[in-house]
Design a protein around this ligand. Structure first.
Ligand code: ADP
Ligand code: MG
Length: 305
């Protein structure tokens, strides 16, 4: 017997390294006419590296050494599966730093982590969240020094990560990630398939997001988004009548993957929550497989019709 077109398309998707979870998903992929892409781990390789360590000090306030700063940040990040956390922990390992145990670990998707390390409450995360707003540190000298370091690193296209100890900014870390080699090709293929360039939806800072977007042919950039803001972006596209494809990898992408008409997760570095929530998983870590399976779905739909 010959296989029904959608089943053979699923098998074909599998050969391209994409696990499509059901025939319904296989069919729906072909209806997609708008795409929202996550940045870190999706357009980028998702194995960012620590590039700068900037301990902060103020008048009368002795600063930490670079090693102390990295030890504190890595200890707090150790339980996190976020790509930035992995970069920080890997840098500590590369320097053979012994990591003290962290207690009371908590993570806020898209924002950062909190943990108690050596009796100090350590927070590591997004500068906007840790330096501005109601929770801004009282210590103005170090807060301003932290803001300066953040501006400098972000201006250089880095993702800046702020470290607070007991509410005091003690350092800023710079992290850099590489664009996937097939990112620009994938954006071009998705643009051709949907007659519109994908939208970039990221929790990261605007300069880093714009720089990356420009290298791929994306012009619509939504930066500094919380997980729920990514959902809002998807809903807006849907309200305009689009069938929306979301591609993401993180815990912070899970709500948008669920809201999408079709959600696709990047498998290699993807969080468990993203893999469970998505309708399909790119197992072989090739972003270019995403437009390929959209094309497979369209071909199968033509045969079914
Ligand atoms: P993206 O949407 O590009 O994948 P995320 O939403 O995962 O980015 O993260 C957005 C921002 O939240 C990061 O740029 C960082 O500032 C902060 N952040 C999230 N998780 C962590 C973490 N574990 N450690 C440090 N910062 C974090
Ligand atoms: Mg991500």
């Amino acid at each position: 017997a010959t296989m029904p077109p959608l089943l053979s398309a699923m098998a074909n998707a599998g050969r391209h390294g994409v696990l499509v979870k059901s025939a319904v998903v296989m069919e729906r992929l072909g209806q997609v006419d708008a795409v929202a892409l996550d940045k870190t781990g999706t357009l980028t390789e998702g194995t960012p590296r620590l590039t700068e360590l900037r301990p902060l000090s103020g008048p009368g306030l002795p600063g930490l050494s670079e090693r102390e700063l990295l030890t504190l940040a890595a200890a707090a990040e150790h339980p996190s599966e976020h790509p930035l956390a992995r970069a920080i922990v890997a840098a500590a390992r590369a320097r053979s730093l012994p990591l003290p145990d962290a207690e009371d670990f908590a993570s806020a998707p898209g924002l950062g982590v909190t943990a108690t390390v050596g009796g100090r409450v350590v927070r590591v995360g997004a500068p906007a969240r840790l330096l501005d707003g109601p929770a801004a540190p009282a210590d103005a000298t170090r807060r301003d020094a932290a803001r300066d370091a953040v501006a400098e690193l972000e201006g250089a296209g880095r993702t800046a990560v702020v470290v607070l100890a007991d509410g005091v900014p003690v350092g800023v870390l710079g992290v850099a990630d590489r664009l996937r080699p097939d990112a620009a090709g994938t954006v071009a293929a998705l643009t051709a398939l949907t007659d519109a360039a994908p939208v970039l939806v990221t929790g990261d800072n605007e300069p880093a997001a714009r720089r990356l977007a420009a290298d791929t042919g994306i012009t619509d950039v939504r930066a500094g988004l919380l997980p729920q803001d990514k959902v809002t972006a998807v809903r807006e596209l849907q309200a305009a009548g689009h069938h929306v494809l979301v591609v993401g990898d993180g815990v912070n992408d899970a709500p948008a993957l669920a809201a999408a008409d079709t959600g696709v997760a990047m498998g290699r570095a993807g969080s468990d929550l993203a893999l469970e929530t998505a309708d399909a998983v790119v197992v072989r870590d090739e972003l270019a497989a995403v437009p390929t399976v959209v094309g497979l779905s369209r071909a199968a739909r033509r045969l079914v019709a």
